[in-house]
Design a binder for this molecule. Sequence first.
Ligand SMILES: *Cc1c(COP(=O)(O)O)cnc(C)c1O
Length: 401
Amino acid sequence: MHIYPDASAVVRDLSPDEPVILNRPHAAARAGRFFAQKFPGKSLYAVKANPSPEIVQILWDSGVTHFDVASIAEVRMVRGVLPDATLCFMHPVKTKRAVAEAYHTHGVKTFSLDTIEELEKIVEATRSQDGAQAEDLNLLVRLRVSSDYSELSLASKFGIDLADAAPLLQATRQHCDALGICFHVGSQAMTPFAYVQALERVRAAIAEAAVTVDIVDVGGGFPSSYPGMEPPPLEDYFAVIHRHFENLPISYSAELWCEPGRALCAEYSSLIVLVEKRRGDELYINDGAYGALFDAAHVEWRFPVEALEDDLTEGLMEFSFYGPTCDDADFMKGPFMLPADIQAGDYIEIGMLGAYGAAMKTGFNGFGAAACVNVSNEPMASLYRGDRVDPRESDNVVSLR
Ligand SMILES: *Cc1c(COP(=O)(O)O)cnc(C)c1O
């Protein structure tokens, strides 16, 4: 595959009418190495954040050996790419057939659950042909924790309440080789304290249930860097998590796991879009709510942007975007900071779209197409380069390039 130096070179070569996804394998590899080497336990890549075979392979090559999968399609995809990877089926609600195929066909031994019914389903689906119960299961009980310190809540859908956890932990202990507790503090956790309050809840659950716990899985939520959201260094998260994990009443051989999605792939992709029309401070571009900019539309996420024209001379001003579909909701409030003289026919690069961006493009209204190329320059921001601006000095760093 041809590798371009940067987005401007792609525009010069292709003058693309449709959006172009730019992938940076070196950025994903750097994130993978960082977690593999610095997280004080095992790092499972949460595949849903970007389920492309390419990034799964890149992360494996960088030392990430475990993958958090949430559907049988993700199980099949990762197993197809990586015959030797360890897959963990961490969606607490699965069909019996999905569990059976994962276990018997793809060698998946790790499952999460948050009800007795799901436990019974897993036990039944993993029996051998002669009816014997599986003896090699790792079962993790998902605990509900607060999302108060995160930008995107995951607190209401999954997880058993602390008050009800003891009987489920005790029942699960009867059916597994290794018992774990997992949780998710919500995505883009802006402070390590998010994990402290969750681990305190884990402590209470263990004490109440009086069971031996072999795995503590702190889930995802590790942040990336966006305009107006500059998190502390990931090393701070790792240190706080490690310290509180070590103080839990668990056996000395217990394992610490995490499930980063966003943090491993946010820097992997950006997107080139074309301005098709300008109306005041609104730009009509060729990607939007049904494309890679789902979060920009639906939760008003701000992504860093850069105009790709050399001849724009005016200062930056605030713009909103409209996407290409005929739906009024295809609107991204921003603000996105671009030169005041930008106009129809100009190209923009939108950064930090590797997580929950490029992966979420749909074909709605005929606008799904996008070319995909590799580029070798740096992402617009990085948590892994050691040059991040101290958030106390700037609370709104649009570009670190
Ligand atoms: C989505 C998800 C993750 C990844 O979350 P990030 O915030 O992207 O790190 C991890 N674990 C589970 C169970 C998830 O649903």
